[in-house]
Write a protein that binds this ligand. Structure first.
Ligand code: SAM
Length: 293
């Protein structure tokens, strides 16, 4: 077998040669199972026409597997020492390297990037990443909201985040996050990755999830701004187990409409005193539209 970065021996050697101590606070758990990395790239369907966004590229374990299959990879990595080791490994593929500019490395916090601009500049089509766990949940929403050109994401995330993304109405994981996430995309848990496939082994379970953008064009056109709908969902879930009408009574935007909310809910076939956790995505869209005509 070729000496992949992700072999445990090579990963350890690269870290030691570059004097890198891994930081738990940045979720630096590297995949050290090359077959799993190949399985992720296979299942993503990434091909020679694709420009890939990889967030949290680390020392390039996943980048190396993507490299021969895709057109270009845009890597984001916050850690300066990891970015420097990465540049040493992939120099030939960066800037004026001998093998062309196939990799772009951005040494920045992924939460501070404008994905609308980035995806337009590079014509990014997919995300394939082993995401930094601390920011995975807000990052998925940020990318889906900002980068309309990105149609799919194949990401390794914490199992409990996957459960929050896919939580059905009324379940214990159902929240404003689930409503917003399900408005933006559809989710499929593909397979689990054992803790022993990471170095160091994390104390949480991981899964690979496929995220496919939904076409919300009609909704956007009518409501101009998705942020208005998201603010409304947040206000409804201000107290998850309380009646929506009571939560909206505390909202500066909706306080004046509280008189009409029960009636609208009843005309939608719902109880006027329903709780936030009992309304599904379609109900939230309907309620928002009726309140904002
Ligand atoms: N891609 C490598 C792999 O698959 O083995 C490393 C993945 S590791 C789970 C997550 C990576 O994200 C780390 O390299 C970490 O430094 C980086 N990271 C953490 N927080 C970040 C942030 N806010 N922005 C960009 N990168 C971040």
């Amino acid at each position: 077998m070729a000496p992949y970065i992700s072999s445990p021996k090579n990963t350890l050697a690269i870290l030691s040669e570059n004097g890198i101590n891994l930081k738990k606070s940045l979720g630096q758990n590297f995949l050290i199972d090359t077959n799993i990395l190949k399985k992720i790239v296979d299942i993503s369907g990434a091909g020679s026409d694709d420009v890939i966004l990889e967030i949290g590229s680390g020392i390039g374990s996943l980048t190396e597997i993507l490299l021969p299959r895709v057109k270009k990879i845009i890597c984001i990595e916050i850690d300066r020492s990891l970015a420097s080791a990465f540049k040493g490994i992939f120099a030939d593929y960066m800037d004026k390297g001998r093998k062309g500019e196939k990799i772009e490395l951005i040494n920045k916090d992924a939460m501070k990037i404008d994905y609308g601009e980035l995806s337009k500049d590079f014509k990014i089509s997919r995300v394939v990443s082993n995401l930094p766990y601390k920011v995975a949940a807000p990052l998925i929403l940020k990318i889906l909201v900002e980068a309309e050109g990105i149609h799919g994401l194949w990401v390794t995330i914490q199992k409990d985040i996957a459960e929050r993304l896919t939580a059905p109405t009324g379940s214990k994981n159902y929240s404003s996050f689930a409503v917003k996430a399900q408005f933006l995309a559809g989710y499929r848990q593909l397979f689990s990755i054992s803790r022993s496939c990471f170095l160091p082994s994390p104390n949480v379970d991981s899964v690979v999830v496929e995220i496919k953008r939904k076409d919300n064009a009609g909704f956007f056109r009518k409501n101009k701004e998705i942020s208005g709908f998201f603010r409304f969902v947040n206000e409804c879930f201000r107290h998850r187990r309380k009646k929506i009408i009571n939560s909206l009574a505390q909202s500066s935007i909706y306080v004046e409409k509280t008189g009409t909310i029960s009636g609208i809910l009843e005309r939608m076939g719902k109880a006027g005193d329903i709780r936030a956790e009992e309304l599904g995505l379609g109900d939230y869209i309907e309620l928002y539209k009726r309140l904002n005509v």
